[in-house]
Design a binder for this molecule. Structure first.
Ligand SMILES: NC(=O)c1ccc[n+]([C@@H]2O[C@H](COP(=O)([O-])OP(=O)(O)OC[C@H]3O[C@@H](n4cnc5c(N)ncnc54)[C@H](O)[C@@H]3O)[C@@H](O)[C@H]2O)c1
Length: 375
């Protein structure tokens, strides 16, 4: 397949691009605006391939998107381009509506016209795969207030109840994509996935933020009481699931994707601290080395001592958890990494790829707090 991937220079998009080129025979057209979150270094390992093409294009720019479709003639679209950070959506929601809603609408309009002109056989096999989040479902009961909380999971038919400007914009995009099938017949697929983590994760998100702050001996900020629960999936497992869905999923269907790994945020932070204590017994890039590593090197620094509780995020969802039985049953997908194995790989990746994150951090973002309370 020749697959047009939007957002292929981002965290998950680049894992998808690498998977399509390295583990499959697909050709990829990576369409990315290269916002602060897009980084071509994320796809450097495949950019020399004859099956890889890059187009720096904003999905809101109809003329340029049309031109990309006309020149590349894709067999499928995997749509990942988005503004993706909840805290940024609290500080500046309009950008989220622009890319996630207007951009998705523009892409659907262009894609639909292109699809209608395809010869019969290609029209039938064409797919538009929209990549979305479990955050569209709002939040689930939390075990602290409901002893039966564990029986509540997000299923494909869970009603939408988004809480943040980010999740509301993604929910709007999901609705548009379904409407394009119902109204125009565009063969669509939707996936809703839980929190991803892994290599090339932009350091404003919880896991890379904690890893890098810990390695610098800096405070590890934890929102509220740290008991909000997320389900975590290793990004490589997500990329595999997405390739399966676009190739074998049933048209018009939605698939939930998750890691069956519910963890409280504080558990995630503690797990990172414990792995670091094992693989990197002293913080490696101390800002003021004297503060912690006075005298000889510390042989076993307690990274947990860096945890600092900060004011909760406004509207913070309490718990997400995913029922993955549909994709497991129908497409025979299962995650290969446990949370523990995936997290260990991730910590090692950040230790071994200092040049990558140094360049990212030297840009706009500098480990500052986003999404403060505006209420
Ligand atoms: N990160 C997660 O845990 C998670 C979980 C479930 C679903 N998702 C969804 O997966 C997708 C990818 O998430 P991510 O974490 O990789 O995001 P990301 O922020 O790392 O990457 C987004 C990419 O989209 C590009 N982009 C942004 N606006 C664009 C525009 N107007 N035109 C073209 N390109 C544009 C950026 O340059 C960047 O490369 C998003 O749609 C997100 O909602 C993410």
């Amino acid at each position: 397949m020749k697959i047009l991937v939007t957002g292929g220079a981002g965290f998950i998009g680049s894992a998808v691009v690498r998977h399509l080129i390295e583990d499959n025979d697909d050709a990829v057209v990576n369409v990315d605006k290269l916002t602060y979150a897009g980084n071509l270094e994320n796809v450097a390992s495949v950019s020399g391939s004859k099956r890889y093409f890059f187009e720096q294009v904003d999905i809101c720019d109809r003329d340029r998107v049309e031109d990309v479709f006309r020149r590349h003639q894709p067999d499928a679209v995997m749509h990942l381009a988005a503004e993706s950070h909840v805290d940024r959506s609290i500080d500046g929601p309009a950008e989220f509506v622009q890319t996630n809603v207007v951009g998705t609408c523009t892409l659907l309009e262009v894609c639909s016209s292109y699809w209608q002109e395809l010869p019969q056989e290609r029209r039938q096999s064409f797919r538009f795969h929209h990549v979305s989040t479990d955050e569209v479902f709002g939040d689930l009961p939390h075990p602290s207030s409901d002893p039966q909380a564990h029986t509540h999971l997000f299923r494909e038919d869970t009603p939408y109840a988004p809480s943040s400007p980010y999740s509301a914009s993604k929910a709007s995009a999901d609705h548009l994509v379904r409407a394009w099938m119902r109204t125009y017949g565009l063969p669509i697929l939707i996936t809703n996935c839980s929190n991803n983590y892994g290599p090339y994760h932009f350091p404003e998100k919880l896991i890379p933020h904690v890893i890098l702050n810990a390695l610098h001996g800096e405070a590890l900020p934890v929102y509220g009481k740290g008991d909000n629960i997320r389900d975590w999936l290793y990004v490589g497992d997500h990329a595999r699931a997405l390739r399966l869905v676009v190739a074998e999923g049933e048209v018009g269907e939605t698939y939930n994707i998750g890691g069956n790994s519910e963890r409280q945020n504080i558990e995630v932070v503690h797990a990172i601290c414990d792995i670091l204590r094992d693989v990197q017994p002293a913080p490696r890039w101390l800002q003021q080395p004297g503060e912690i590593a006075a005298g000889d090197a510390v042989d076993s620094f307690d990274y947990r001592s860096l945890v600092t509780y900060v004011t909760d995020r406004p509207g913070h969802d309490r718990r997400y958890a995913i029922d993955t039985s549909k994709i497991e049953r129908e497409l025979r997908w299962k995650p290969t990494e446990t949370f523990e194995s995936g997290l260990r790989k991730t910590v090692r990746w950040y230790l071994e790829n200092e040049a990558w994150w140094r360049r990212v951090l030297s840009g706009e973002y500098r480990l500052t707090r986003l999404g403060g309370s505006k209420r």
